[in-house]
Design a protein around this ligand. Structure first.
Ligand code: NAP
Length: 502
């Protein structure tokens, strides 16, 4: 049996440290057994987690609703996504080619003799996952970080988010049932609550921890990343931290589609009260009467939107402070704001504008205001638009709103956008992230700590593995994926040819 070890109140560093030591010893023992479970066993385990979550769906929605202020429709959708993610990794395990097996057979006649070398991806070991406040299911206890790490063959320790502690405990209860039902080793997944600065940091710096998944603030992600780099043995921290997701509105589309663009972007800016990492926080365009008209329409849309409660007190305070600080910057003008005054914990949607000259003179304009806020940067010409794009730090997404005519005349700007982000979108809103094999939810610093990886989609498993090469191994010593004859029937690169042949 696995057990929930809870530290509901920060009770001193020593107590937290001994708790973390015990948990990480358990995680290490579990890893030694769990990594030997065949792919089919791990796939069944992931599906069982989904089934156990489904059994308590109503209780989960009610509890998460109380803790996060998110409506039932959103929470149900997120549960579907969470179960779907577990299924995606189960399918990946069954198909099996994700291990990137590569084989170069021996050639004793070559001088010097060429050895037999066989490579595949293998799990790194215990992974620590920080639950995200803005996704109580899909990026929390049984979310994408957890199921991708479990799929890899790593054991997992979840540091639940205090803003939805009860939801996190309930989901962990479902995972415990799945561990038992699927016959997985005890402590394959463990769950802790407590302060990030004490419990969270102690988990990250523990010698048994081999990788960390995080979604949250830049300050939190960077602090954990730094702690991991200062260890005697540094480890990767895959933190998704901060992104303002620049959207470029090109002239022809503003001319032809202004009203539709205003409607869809008012919806995207305020979706989930702006509490999405892909929220369009900055809009760019070249000055024109069509832009003036678009901003006026956007203002009309925004004023009609009702303020709603944010996820938790901390995020609400951060939004109010961030918004007030932003509105106080030189050159900023409010374009539109929700007419209805916000009540306690409610966020007021706001769209503002600034000239590109003022934007370029003040780096504060590139800071994230996490919530329903977006800033339109008005450029004098295409050259200034390029300058503004060059001033951005790394992003999760950047979007091109363009007609075919715009695309033809702006290839240079579009190429520039590709240097910025992990996902480049044409004629859509950035909010809404598909969970599939081709998704990239990542980007250059500070969007994430390592832009070579994604935290959404099946490639997320690559964060928890490393390649191992077996040289001259006997067949009986090799993992099944690398054996002669290819008993798993997976795609492998054999002597530089991709094949399912032995
Ligand atoms: P957070 O404050 O970064 O917290 C996330 C997790 O990290 C929590 O478990 C927290 O522990 C821990 N943590 C925070 N600071 C830490 C530190 N210095 N050392 C060790 N652990 C630390 O994020 P949040 O509570 O979700 O929201 C706060 C702000 O984060 C928001 O206002 C927003 O600006 C940003 N945010 C961004 C995204 C995004 O996708 N870009 C998503 C969510 C939030 P505790 O439980 O002790 O706090």
């Amino acid at each position: 049996m696995s057990e929930a070890i809870l530290s509901p109140t920060p009770a001193g560093v020593d107590k937290d440290q001994s708790l973390v030591n015990k948990v990480m010893e358990n995680a290490q023992s579990a890893f030694q057994l769990y990594k030997r479970i065949p792919a089919e066993g791990r796939a069944l385990f992931l599906e069982t987690i989904g089934k156990e979550i489904e059994k308590i769906r109503e209780e989960l929605v009610a509890t998460a609703g109380q803790e996060t202020n998110l409506p039932p429709a959103r929470l149900n959708g997120e549960i579907n996504r969470t179960i779907g993610q577990a299924g995606l990794f189960a399918a990946l395990l069954r198909e099996g080619s994700w291990v990137e097996a590569a084989i170069d057979t021996e050639d004793p006649n070559r001088v010097p003799a060429k050895p037999d070398t066989r490579k595949m991806l293998m799990p790194v070991g215990p992974v620590v996952v920080f639950g995200a406040s803005n996704f109580p299911f899909a990026f929390s206890t049984a979310g994408g970080d957890t199921v991708s790490a479990l799929a890899s063959g790593s054991s997992v320790v979840v540091k639940g988010h205090s803003a939805h502690a009860k939801t996190s405990e309930l989901v962990f209860g479902a995972i415990e049932k799945a561990i038992e039902a699927a016959g997985m080793p005890p402590y394959t997944v463990q769950h802790l609550l407590g302060s990030g600065r004490s419990v969270g940091t102690a988990l990250v710096v523990h010698p048994h921890t081999r990788g960390v998944g995080f979604t949250g603030s830049f300050a939190g992600g960077k602090a954990l990343w730094e702690a991991a780099q200062k260890r005697e043995t540094p480890i990767p921290v895959f933190a998704e931290m901060s992104s303002i997701n620049p959207v470029v509105f090109f002239p022809d589309t503003l001319e032809k589609n202004g009203a539709a663009l205003a409607k869809s972007y008012a919806g995207s800016i305020t979706l989930g009260m702006g509490q999405f990492c892909t929220n369009p926080g900055v809009l760019l365009a070249i000055q024109s009467p069509a832009l003036d008209s678009f901003l006026s329409l956007l203002s009309t849309e925004i004023t009609a939107i009702e303020p709603a409660k944010m996820l938790h007190k901390g995020i609400h305070e951060a939004y109010c402070n961030g918004l007030n600080h932003m509105l106080a910057q030189k050159g900023l003008q409010v374009v539109g704001q929700a007419t209805k005054a916000p009540g306690g914990m409610e966020a007021q949607p706001v769209v503002a504008s600034v000239s590109a000259a003022d934007f370029l003179a003040n780096p504060h304009f590139t800071e994230e205001v996490f919530g329903p806020f977006s800033l339109c940067v008005v450029c004098e010409d295409k050259q200034q638009l390029a300058e503004v794009l060059k001033s951005f730090k790394g992003q999760l997404t950047t979007t091109i709103m363009a007609t075919p005519e715009d695309v033809k005349t702006n290839t240079d700007i579009i190429e520039l956008q590709q240097t910025l982000a992990g996902r480049i979108i044409l004629n859509n809103v950035p909010t809404g992230v598909e969970v599939n094999a081709s998704m990239v939810h990542g980007g250059p610093w500070p969007a994430t700590t390592d832009g070579r990886f994604t935290s959404v989609g099946s490639s997320a498993i690559k964060r928890w593995v490393r390649p191992i090469c077996f040289q001259n191994f006997l067949d009986e010593m090799l993992p099944v994926e690398l054996k002669r004859g290819n008993p798993k029937g997976i795609w492998r690169v054999v002597n530089n040819v991709t094949t399912k042949e032995g």
